[in-house]
Design a protein around this ligand. Structure first.
Ligand SMILES: [Zn+2]
Length: 162
């Protein structure tokens, strides 16, 4: 059987994350007031990567990355495409988006988002390994060892034999 392009393989799989359009009224784990402030910041942002729903999407990706069972180290992976929809698949980019949004918020919602992030950041630090060769100018969440584009062996072979 001919090998199939990775893109084709990916298309067969169920979507990895729910759709973010339209953006939710309330972002999971955040108060209504903070969710509203975030929605406003997203609509007003002139950053290409900060769009309506981006914060919810980024938080979902961050939590999904950390949800991996077991205690083995986790390795952030580059996204397949640099558009704003795909690049958030890279947990480091998701964290970039959250940082950007945080700085666009008024102080009260900013404090709430920062508080939520602190717990996720602590887990991220625990589950990833430091990259001693990463440039110091990079954000701390980018100075962690990253993986290639590896796919779990089970999922990979199941796709090949189909
Ligand atoms: Zn894309």
């Amino acid at each position: 059987m001919p090998r199939r392009r990775p893109g084709a393989l990916r298309a067969d799989q169920p979507p990895r994350s729910p759709a973010w359009d339209p953006p939710p009224d309330r972002i999971q784990g955040l108060s209504v007031a903070t969710s509203v402030a975030i929605g406003q910041a997203e609509r007003l942002s002139d950053d290409y990567y900060v769009y309506p729903g981006a914060t919810d999407h980024a938080l979902w990706e961050y939590r999904a990355f950390l949800r991996a069972p077991g205690r083995r180290p986790l390795y952030p992976q580059a996204a397949e495409c640099s558009c704003r929809g795909c690049s958030i698949d890279d947990v480091r980019h998701a964290r970039d988006v959250l940082e950007e949004v945080m700085w666009q918020l008024p102080s009260r919602p900013r404090a709430e988002l920062r508080h939520r992030l602190r717990a996720l950041d602590a887990q991220y630090l625990k589950r990833t390994l430091p990259d001693p060769f990463a440039p110091h100018r990079d954000s701390w969440w980018r100075r962690r060892l990253a993986g290639g584009r590896s796919v779990p062996v089970v999922a990979w072979s199941a796709n090949w034999v189909r």
